[in-house]
Write a protein that binds this ligand. Structure first.
Ligand SMILES: NC(=O)c1ccc[n+]([C@@H]2O[C@H](COP(=O)([O-])OP(=O)(O)OC[C@H]3O[C@@H](n4cnc5c(N)ncnc54)[C@H](OP(=O)(O)O)[C@@H]3O)[C@@H](O)[C@H]2O)c1
Length: 191
């Protein structure tokens, strides 16, 4: 099981604006769309097929409940981190709302993922808890060429360890670039 943070980010490192608005992403369109725009090289389908379980913070969860008609991940067991008593999605969904240390969830998350991987959907506070516990393996970010100036950060804290190792960079005709990094643990941190 690889623990993978897969998300889109603005060029200046935000995954949502200050009001949790994602219009900059969901309505993203380059000003001069290339003719082969429809052949976008997004890896989402391939990535999602490799996922066995998911985890997200409560802000991300509430965004999905408010903006997506039906629960979009019915086939994946999902953990939502929250100290609050949040509603479950309507319809077909396997969602557990828990308040816990991520290290204490490791065994059940790994068991649920089976032969596949664990998707950290977001946000920064959740991925940073995994990184601090030494449990983050991959960072796969699609950089969207917009600058928001402020918002919800891609990471909430400095990533421990050395610089990440670039595995692949996939540019898209839309101007977005998917960057796939592996976390390097225990390496000397450059000063
Ligand atoms: N660009 C993208 O592709 C993308 C991807 C994912 C998310 N997003 C967006 O980015 C924003 C992220 O919001 P965010 O930064 O506030 O982060 P978040 O991680 O979604 O939510 C953080 C909240 O989760 C709860 N939480 C986190 N860890 C916990 C733990 N160990 N135990 C109990 N509760 C815990 C806390 O709230 P409570 O305890 O108060 O519930 C905390 O304030 C959202 O708007 C989301 O829609 C964008």
């Amino acid at each position: 099981v690889r623990v993978q943070y897969y998300t889109a980010t603005s060029l200046d490192g935000y995954i949502a604006d200050e009001d949790d608005n994602l219009d900059w992403l969901t309505r993203y369109a380059p000003p001069d769309p290339p003719p082969d725009l429809k052949r976008d090289t997004s890896s989402y389908d391939e990535f999602y097929a490799g996922i066995g379980a998911m985890i997200m913070g409560s802000t991300t969860y509430e965004w999905v409940l408010a903006h997506v008609d039906s629960w979009p991940y019915p086939d994946k067991p999902t953990w939502v981190l929250s100290s609050r008593d949040l509603p479950s999605p309507e319809g077909d969904a396997d969602v557990r709302i828990v308040a816990a240390e991520v290290a204490d969830l490791r065994e059940e998350l790994t068991a649920a993922a089976g032969e596949r991987n664990l998707w950290i959907v977001g946000g920064g506070p959740v991925v940073s808890q995994f990184a601090a516990a030494g449990l983050l393996d991959d960072v796969i970010v699609t950089v969207v060429p917009v600058a928001l100036g402020a918002g919800k950060q891609l990471f909430a804290e400095r990533l421990p360890g050395g610089p990440m190792r670039l595995v692949e960079a996939r540019p898209s005709p839309t101007g977005m670039v998917e960057l796939r990094y592996e976390v390097v643990r225990g390496a000397h941190r450059p000063v």
